[in-house]
Ligand binder design. Structure first.
Ligand SMILES: [Zn+2]
Length: 393
């Protein structure tokens, strides 16, 4: 397949999007109906629809013979193929994989989650994902024969050999282009796309989970930085000489504000909390020690985010992770500290809010990264692999 380039490709994409939108909104249509609805010539619509038919994004459903008045050959009516997966987003977390499949109109047509043990190695995680993808197809009738591209979020940072291996496996299996990137960064992208305001151009996302990771949207684009570390705020030092961090340093944000760090600190102070549920129960009775631990963690996170806000001047700061939902004190303290950090600036305070998306954020962000028309992705470069037939972007 020849890949159109430059302005021609952009125009073609936007025409294609308009055709797909008409089919999504109006159901089956003839080519003439599509042409009049989108205001394009019949020739242009024919070109676009034949390409979409080849890709399996749409199909011929019937002809207009029944309702046709007058003479002439009945016209074929075209519709979105409801079972044709065109884009797949995959998010490998520490303990589970999420898969989301979208059709040509970018609507999610299948999604699911499978769990694995935290100690599971990559071969097992990949097999779990592939089994989930097969099961989704069996359960929903969605098929992957026309898959355009796959976005895959993986935890951690900077492990290019793993990212390349994962990309290769999925590209070979599905004959689709694959991009692989940090799953927390993809979750940040999903938050920017789902923000209340339509025009979030600058956003900081930080997720407090088993680790603390982040992502930046800068000037309307997902930022990777020089080597892909942009937004790794979890490893800013907040307690000089503090607890050992898994990155090798001491006293990182992650050592005071990750879920294990918060639970561990509570236990050190004599509160026997092993899980987030235990923590939730302690929060519900307003346990003063737990409250203080959460405030300390929130202050550390707020200090780092306040500093980051002075660098980026974002309109929104988003805090993700289950602990943010169950411990309101944490978010309150983060907000209070950011407000203090930025108190000398008038009107510059960002909106600080919890994540809107739950655990699916990474998979949705990965799939959003594939929607080439998103202005957030302009100029974005991630690990890219191509198969013989298609090129990406
Ligand atoms: Zn660290």
């Amino acid at each position: 397949m020849a890949t159109p380039s430059g302005v021609h490709a952009l125009v073609r994409r936007s025409h294609e999007e308009r055709v797909l939108r008409v089919l999504r909104q109006n159901g089956a249509q003839s080519r003439n109906e599509i042409a009049s609805r989108v205001g394009l010539s019949r020739t242009t619509v024919s070109e676009i629809t034949s390409d979409l038919l080849v890709r399996g994004a749409i199909k011929v459903v019937d002809t207009d013979a029944v309702e046709r008045v007058g003479s002439g050959r009945p016209a074929e009516r075209l519709a979105l193929d409801p079972g044709s997966g065109q884009y797949m987003g995959i998010d490998f977390g520490h303990r589970r994989v999420n898969v989301v499949v979208a059709d040509a109109a970018h609507d999610v047509i299948a999604s699911g989650t499978s769990r694995y043990d935290e100690s599971a190695q990559w071969p097992e995680r990949l097999q779990t994902a592939l089994a989930l993808i097969d099961r989704l197809s069996a359960d929903t009738g969605v098929h992957y024969g026309a898959l355009q591209a796959i976005g895959i979020g993986v935890p951690g940072w900077g492990d290019h050999s793993r990212a390349d291996g994962v990309a290769e496996l999925f590209a070979e299996r599905f004959h689709a282009a694959v991009i692989v990137d940090n799953n927390v960064r993809f979750a940040g992208l999903a938050e920017a796309l789902h923000a209340q305001s339509d025009s979030v151009r600058d956003l900081i996302y930080l997720r407090l989970s088993d680790g603390v990771g982040g992502g930046l949207v800068v000037g309307g684009q997902l930022a990777r930085g020089h080597k892909g570390f942009a937004g790794e705020l979890g490893h800013v030092t907040v307690v000089p000489g503090g607890a050992q961090c898994r990155c090798g340093k001491r006293g990182c944000v992650e050592t005071v504000a990750s879920v294990p760090a918060i639970l561990g600190r509570c236990r050190e102070l004599g509160v026997p909390v092993e899980t987030l549920d235990d923590l939730k129960a302690a929060v519900e009775i307003a346990h003063p020690v737990v409250d203080q631990v959460l405030r300390d963690a929130g202050a550390a996170v707020g200090q780092v985010l306040g500093t980051a806000a002075m660098t980026l001047n974002p309109s929104e700061i988003v805090l993700g992770g289950d602990i943010v939902k169950i411990a309101p004190t944490l978010l309150q303290q983060v907000k209070a500290t950011i407000t203090y950090e930025l108190s000398w600036l008038t009107d510059a305070a960002p909106v600080v809010r919890p994540a809107l998306l739950s655990d699916d954020g990474g998979a949705l962000g990965a799939i959003a990264a594939l929607f080439h028309e998103s202005p957030l992705l302009a100029g974005y470069e991630a690990n890219v692999t191509t198969d013989g037939g298609r090129q990406w972007p």
